[in-house]
Design a protein around this ligand. Structure first.
Ligand SMILES: NC(=O)c1ccc[n+]([C@@H]2O[C@H](COP(=O)([O-])OP(=O)(O)OC[C@H]3O[C@@H](n4cnc5c(N)ncnc54)[C@H](O)[C@@H]3O)[C@@H](O)[C@H]2O)c1
Length: 296
Protein backbone atom coordinates (compact mmCIF):
# COMPACT_ATOMS: atom_id res chain seq x y z
CA UNK A 1 0.00 0.00 0.00
CA UNK A 2 1.20 3.54 -0.72
CA UNK A 3 0.97 5.44 2.57
CA UNK A 4 1.30 9.19 3.08
CA UNK A 5 2.36 10.35 6.55
CA UNK A 6 2.29 14.10 7.16
CA UNK A 7 4.59 15.17 9.97
CA UNK A 8 6.46 11.91 9.40
CA UNK A 9 9.85 13.37 10.39
CA UNK A 10 8.44 14.17 13.83
CA UNK A 11 8.22 11.95 16.88
CA UNK A 12 5.05 9.87 16.41
CA UNK A 13 5.14 10.08 12.59
CA UNK A 14 8.67 8.68 12.31
CA UNK A 15 7.80 5.76 14.61
CA UNK A 16 4.72 5.09 12.48
CA UNK A 17 6.85 5.29 9.30
CA UNK A 18 9.29 2.71 10.70
CA UNK A 19 6.53 0.32 11.67
CA UNK A 20 4.68 0.55 8.36
CA UNK A 21 7.89 0.38 6.29
CA UNK A 22 8.73 -2.80 8.22
CA UNK A 23 5.47 -4.26 6.94
CA UNK A 24 6.62 -3.63 3.37
CA UNK A 25 4.46 -0.61 2.57
CA UNK A 26 5.58 2.22 0.30
CA UNK A 27 5.99 5.18 2.66
CA UNK A 28 5.85 8.83 1.64
CA UNK A 29 6.59 11.42 4.29
CA UNK A 30 5.56 15.04 3.91
CA UNK A 31 7.21 17.28 6.48
CA UNK A 32 8.37 20.90 6.29
CA UNK A 33 10.96 20.18 9.01
CA UNK A 34 9.69 23.14 11.02
CA UNK A 35 10.00 20.91 14.08
CA UNK A 36 10.82 17.46 12.80
CA UNK A 37 14.24 15.93 12.28
CA UNK A 38 15.23 14.18 9.08
CA UNK A 39 17.52 11.93 11.15
CA UNK A 40 14.36 10.26 12.47
CA UNK A 41 13.77 8.65 9.08
CA UNK A 42 17.23 8.81 7.47
CA UNK A 43 17.71 5.05 7.74
CA UNK A 44 14.41 4.41 5.93
CA UNK A 45 15.26 6.87 3.17
CA UNK A 46 18.74 5.35 2.72
CA UNK A 47 17.21 1.86 2.52
CA UNK A 48 14.76 3.02 -0.16
CA UNK A 49 11.82 2.31 2.14
CA UNK A 50 10.62 5.89 2.44
CA UNK A 51 10.41 8.82 0.08
CA UNK A 52 10.81 12.17 1.80
CA UNK A 53 9.03 15.29 0.51
CA UNK A 54 10.15 18.47 2.22
CA UNK A 55 6.87 20.21 1.77
CA UNK A 56 4.13 22.03 3.65
CA UNK A 57 1.09 19.82 4.27
CA UNK A 58 -1.04 22.80 3.36
CA UNK A 59 0.07 22.45 -0.27
CA UNK A 60 0.80 18.78 -0.70
CA UNK A 61 -0.89 16.91 -3.55
CA UNK A 62 0.84 13.57 -3.20
CA UNK A 63 -1.39 10.67 -4.15
CA UNK A 64 -1.64 7.64 -1.90
CA UNK A 65 -3.96 4.85 -0.72
CA UNK A 66 -4.33 6.27 2.81
CA UNK A 67 -3.19 9.35 4.73
CA UNK A 68 -2.06 9.54 8.34
CA UNK A 69 -2.25 13.26 9.04
CA UNK A 70 0.06 14.08 11.95
CA UNK A 71 1.67 17.39 10.90
CA UNK A 72 1.13 19.97 13.61
CA UNK A 73 2.49 22.88 15.54
CA UNK A 74 2.77 21.77 19.15
CA UNK A 75 1.06 23.21 22.16
CA UNK A 76 4.25 24.78 23.56
CA UNK A 77 4.47 27.20 20.61
CA UNK A 78 0.79 27.87 20.21
CA UNK A 79 0.46 30.63 22.82
CA UNK A 80 3.32 32.58 21.21
CA UNK A 81 2.28 31.83 17.63
CA UNK A 82 -1.51 31.44 17.45
CA UNK A 83 -1.74 32.34 13.75
CA UNK A 84 0.88 29.77 12.77
CA UNK A 85 -0.98 27.33 14.98
CA UNK A 86 -4.24 27.83 13.12
CA UNK A 87 -2.39 27.42 9.84
CA UNK A 88 -0.39 24.31 10.78
CA UNK A 89 -3.17 22.52 12.67
CA UNK A 90 -6.43 23.54 11.03
CA UNK A 91 -5.70 24.82 7.51
CA UNK A 92 -3.37 21.92 6.68
CA UNK A 93 -6.11 19.52 7.79
CA UNK A 94 -8.53 21.07 5.31
CA UNK A 95 -6.00 20.51 2.54
CA UNK A 96 -5.50 16.90 3.60
CA UNK A 97 -9.28 16.33 3.68
CA UNK A 98 -9.58 17.82 0.18
CA UNK A 99 -6.75 15.63 -1.04
CA UNK A 100 -8.44 12.55 0.44
CA UNK A 101 -11.87 13.49 -0.88
CA UNK A 102 -10.59 13.87 -4.45
CA UNK A 103 -9.02 10.40 -4.32
CA UNK A 104 -11.69 8.83 -2.10
CA UNK A 105 -9.12 7.46 0.34
CA UNK A 106 -9.20 7.12 4.16
CA UNK A 107 -7.60 9.52 6.62
CA UNK A 108 -6.51 9.00 10.21
CA UNK A 109 -6.18 12.38 11.94
CA UNK A 110 -4.28 12.88 15.21
CA UNK A 111 -6.01 15.34 17.48
CA UNK A 112 -5.25 15.91 21.14
CA UNK A 113 -6.63 15.59 24.65
CA UNK A 114 -6.06 19.36 24.89
CA UNK A 115 -9.44 19.87 23.24
CA UNK A 116 -11.08 19.07 26.61
CA UNK A 117 -9.30 21.85 28.51
CA UNK A 118 -9.76 21.16 32.24
CA UNK A 119 -12.74 18.78 32.37
CA UNK A 120 -14.62 18.01 35.57
CA UNK A 121 -15.68 14.47 34.64
CA UNK A 122 -13.18 11.60 34.97
CA UNK A 123 -12.56 9.40 33.12
CA UNK A 124 -13.50 11.94 30.44
CA UNK A 125 -15.53 10.42 27.59
CA UNK A 126 -15.25 11.49 23.96
CA UNK A 127 -18.63 13.26 24.02
CA UNK A 128 -17.61 15.56 26.90
CA UNK A 129 -17.96 19.16 25.59
CA UNK A 130 -14.60 20.56 24.45
CA UNK A 131 -13.41 23.71 26.23
CA UNK A 132 -9.76 24.22 25.24
CA UNK A 133 -7.32 26.30 27.28
CA UNK A 134 -4.89 27.03 24.44
CA UNK A 135 -4.87 28.03 20.76
CA UNK A 136 -3.46 24.54 20.12
CA UNK A 137 -6.58 22.94 21.61
CA UNK A 138 -8.87 25.25 19.64
CA UNK A 139 -7.06 24.68 16.35
CA UNK A 140 -7.17 20.90 16.79
CA UNK A 141 -10.82 20.97 17.78
CA UNK A 142 -11.60 23.04 14.67
CA UNK A 143 -9.68 20.50 12.59
CA UNK A 144 -11.73 17.69 14.17
CA UNK A 145 -14.91 19.51 13.18
CA UNK A 146 -13.68 19.76 9.58
CA UNK A 147 -13.01 16.01 9.66
CA UNK A 148 -16.55 15.32 10.87
CA UNK A 149 -17.96 17.73 8.28
CA UNK A 150 -16.13 15.98 5.45
CA UNK A 151 -17.53 12.70 6.67
CA UNK A 152 -21.05 14.16 6.81
CA UNK A 153 -20.89 16.06 3.50
CA UNK A 154 -18.90 13.61 1.39
CA UNK A 155 -18.97 10.33 3.30
CA UNK A 156 -15.20 10.58 3.66
CA UNK A 157 -13.65 7.79 5.72
CA UNK A 158 -11.88 9.89 8.34
CA UNK A 159 -11.20 8.76 11.91
CA UNK A 160 -10.03 11.07 14.71
CA UNK A 161 -7.55 9.92 17.37
CA UNK A 162 -7.29 12.16 20.42
CA UNK A 163 -3.78 11.39 21.69
CA UNK A 164 -2.63 11.93 25.27
CA UNK A 165 1.02 12.48 26.33
CA UNK A 166 2.78 10.09 23.97
CA UNK A 167 6.39 9.33 24.96
CA UNK A 168 9.28 7.15 23.84
CA UNK A 169 12.14 6.93 21.36
CA UNK A 170 12.61 9.81 18.86
CA UNK A 171 10.76 12.24 21.11
CA UNK A 172 12.37 15.62 21.52
CA UNK A 173 13.54 16.64 24.97
CA UNK A 174 10.58 18.99 25.38
CA UNK A 175 8.53 15.94 26.44
CA UNK A 176 8.54 15.54 30.22
CA UNK A 177 9.77 11.93 30.30
CA UNK A 178 12.78 12.32 27.95
CA UNK A 179 13.53 15.67 29.60
CA UNK A 180 13.64 14.13 33.09
CA UNK A 181 15.72 11.18 31.87
CA UNK A 182 18.23 13.49 30.17
CA UNK A 183 18.52 15.73 33.21
CA UNK A 184 19.10 12.69 35.43
CA UNK A 185 21.72 11.26 33.05
CA UNK A 186 23.51 14.60 33.22
CA UNK A 187 23.36 14.54 37.04
CA UNK A 188 21.09 17.59 37.11
CA UNK A 189 17.84 18.15 39.05
CA UNK A 190 14.60 17.46 37.19
CA UNK A 191 12.70 20.65 36.39
CA UNK A 192 9.12 20.15 37.55
CA UNK A 193 6.62 22.74 36.38
CA UNK A 194 4.27 23.83 39.20
CA UNK A 195 4.07 21.55 42.23
CA UNK A 196 4.05 18.31 40.22
CA UNK A 197 0.54 17.26 41.25
CA UNK A 198 -0.80 17.71 37.71
CA UNK A 199 -1.40 14.32 36.12
CA UNK A 200 -1.13 12.86 32.64
CA UNK A 201 -2.22 9.56 31.11
CA UNK A 202 0.94 8.65 29.22
CA UNK A 203 0.93 6.46 26.11
CA UNK A 204 4.07 4.64 24.96
CA UNK A 205 4.74 5.41 21.30
CA UNK A 206 4.61 1.79 20.07
CA UNK A 207 1.14 1.43 21.61
CA UNK A 208 0.16 4.67 19.90
CA UNK A 209 1.42 3.49 16.50
CA UNK A 210 -0.47 0.23 16.89
CA UNK A 211 -3.70 2.04 17.66
CA UNK A 212 -3.38 4.42 14.68
CA UNK A 213 -3.15 1.39 12.41
CA UNK A 214 -6.06 -0.27 14.19
CA UNK A 215 -8.13 2.87 13.63
CA UNK A 216 -7.34 2.80 9.92
CA UNK A 217 -8.76 -0.75 9.83
CA UNK A 218 -11.58 -0.75 12.37
CA UNK A 219 -12.27 2.87 13.34
CA UNK A 220 -15.80 4.07 12.61
CA UNK A 221 -15.64 6.93 10.06
CA UNK A 222 -16.48 10.33 11.51
CA UNK A 223 -15.87 9.11 15.09
CA UNK A 224 -13.46 10.37 17.77
CA UNK A 225 -11.39 8.01 19.96
CA UNK A 226 -9.43 8.82 23.11
CA UNK A 227 -6.03 7.11 23.01
CA UNK A 228 -4.30 6.89 26.36
CA UNK A 229 -2.38 4.61 28.71
CA UNK A 230 -3.78 2.54 31.58
CA UNK A 231 -4.01 5.19 34.29
CA UNK A 232 -2.95 8.73 35.15
CA UNK A 233 0.42 9.49 36.75
CA UNK A 234 1.30 12.76 38.42
CA UNK A 235 4.44 14.52 37.23
CA UNK A 236 5.82 14.00 40.75
CA UNK A 237 5.28 10.21 40.39
CA UNK A 238 7.12 10.22 37.07
CA UNK A 239 10.08 12.11 38.54
CA UNK A 240 10.18 9.69 41.49
CA UNK A 241 10.13 6.62 39.19
CA UNK A 242 13.02 8.04 37.16
CA UNK A 243 14.97 9.01 40.30
CA UNK A 244 14.45 5.50 41.75
CA UNK A 245 15.64 3.88 38.53
CA UNK A 246 18.58 6.11 37.57
CA UNK A 247 19.60 8.27 40.53
CA UNK A 248 18.16 11.14 42.53
CA UNK A 249 19.66 14.55 41.73
CA UNK A 250 16.79 16.51 43.27
CA UNK A 251 14.00 18.58 41.82
CA UNK A 252 13.95 22.20 40.72
CA UNK A 253 10.43 23.65 40.75
CA UNK A 254 9.72 26.14 37.96
CA UNK A 255 6.55 28.01 37.01
CA UNK A 256 3.90 26.29 34.92
CA UNK A 257 3.34 27.32 31.31
CA UNK A 258 0.18 29.13 30.36
CA UNK A 259 -2.36 26.69 28.95
CA UNK A 260 -0.89 23.75 30.89
CA UNK A 261 -3.67 21.47 32.09
CA UNK A 262 -4.35 20.07 35.59
CA UNK A 263 -5.76 16.55 35.75
CA UNK A 264 -6.00 14.45 32.61
CA UNK A 265 -7.74 11.11 32.71
CA UNK A 266 -9.68 10.18 29.58
CA UNK A 267 -12.03 7.27 29.18
CA UNK A 268 -10.59 4.68 26.79
CA UNK A 269 -13.63 2.41 26.73
CA UNK A 270 -14.42 3.24 23.12
CA UNK A 271 -11.01 2.30 21.73
CA UNK A 272 -10.86 -0.76 24.00
CA UNK A 273 -14.11 -1.93 22.42
CA UNK A 274 -12.13 -2.17 19.16
CA UNK A 275 -9.75 -4.57 20.89
CA UNK A 276 -6.87 -2.23 21.86
CA UNK A 277 -5.00 -2.38 25.16
CA UNK A 278 -1.74 -0.57 25.86
CA UNK A 279 1.02 -3.21 26.15
CA UNK A 280 3.84 -1.18 27.64
CA UNK A 281 3.63 -0.23 31.33
CA UNK A 282 5.19 2.98 32.62
CA UNK A 283 8.40 1.50 34.02
CA UNK A 284 9.07 -0.52 30.86
CA UNK A 285 8.36 2.55 28.72
CA UNK A 286 10.77 4.66 30.75
CA UNK A 287 13.45 1.96 30.45
CA UNK A 288 12.97 1.74 26.67
CA UNK A 289 13.14 5.53 26.36
CA UNK A 290 16.31 5.55 28.48
CA UNK A 291 17.93 2.92 26.22
CA UNK A 292 17.19 5.02 23.19
CA UNK A 293 18.57 8.21 24.77
CA UNK A 294 21.75 6.41 25.88
CA UNK A 295 22.31 4.84 22.48
CA UNK A 296 21.36 7.93 20.49
N1 LIG B 1 3.27 13.62 21.25
C1 LIG B 1 2.19 13.78 22.01
O1 LIG B 1 2.24 13.62 23.21
C2 LIG B 1 0.88 14.16 21.38
C3 LIG B 1 -0.23 14.39 22.23
C4 LIG B 1 -1.43 14.76 21.66
C5 LIG B 1 -1.53 14.88 20.28
N2 LIG B 1 -0.45 14.66 19.50
C6 LIG B 1 -0.60 14.82 18.06
O2 LIG B 1 0.11 13.80 17.38
C7 LIG B 1 0.69 14.30 16.18
C8 LIG B 1 2.17 14.01 16.18
O3 LIG B 1 2.78 14.64 17.30
P1 LIG B 1 4.34 14.59 17.54
O4 LIG B 1 4.55 14.55 19.00
O5 LIG B 1 4.94 13.55 16.69
O6 LIG B 1 4.77 16.03 17.01
P2 LIG B 1 6.14 16.49 16.31
O7 LIG B 1 6.25 17.97 16.53
O8 LIG B 1 7.27 15.63 16.75
O9 LIG B 1 5.83 16.21 14.78
C9 LIG B 1 5.06 17.05 14.01
C10 LIG B 1 5.73 17.17 12.68
O10 LIG B 1 4.93 18.00 11.83
C11 LIG B 1 5.82 18.78 11.03
N3 LIG B 1 5.04 19.92 10.55
C12 LIG B 1 4.55 20.97 11.25
N4 LIG B 1 3.84 21.79 10.47
C13 LIG B 1 3.87 21.23 9.23
C14 LIG B 1 3.31 21.59 7.98
N5 LIG B 1 2.55 22.69 7.84
N6 LIG B 1 3.55 20.80 6.91
C15 LIG B 1 4.32 19.68 7.03
N7 LIG B 1 4.87 19.29 8.19
C16 LIG B 1 4.64 20.05 9.27
C17 LIG B 1 6.96 19.13 11.96
O11 LIG B 1 8.14 19.49 11.26
C18 LIG B 1 7.11 17.83 12.74
O12 LIG B 1 8.04 16.96 12.12
C19 LIG B 1 0.34 15.78 16.15
O13 LIG B 1 -0.76 15.97 15.32
C20 LIG B 1 0.00 16.13 17.59
O14 LIG B 1 -0.91 17.19 17.67
C21 LIG B 1 0.76 14.31 20.02
Amino acid sequence: MKILITGGAGFVGSNLAHFLAGKGHEIHVVDDLSEGNIQNIEDLIAAGKCKFHRENAFHTEIKSDIIYHLACQKMIYSIRKPREDLYANTATTVNILELARKQDIPVVFTSTGSVYGNPTVFPTPEDYPPDPESPYGVSKWAAEEYCKLYHKMYGLNVVIARLFSVYGPRQRFIGVIPKFIKQTLEGKPMTVEGDGTQSRTFTYVDDCVEVLILLSEKGVPGEVYNIAGEKPYSIAQISKTIADLYGDYGIKFVSRKKGDLDQIHPSTEKIRALGWRPKIDMETGIRKTMEWIKNG
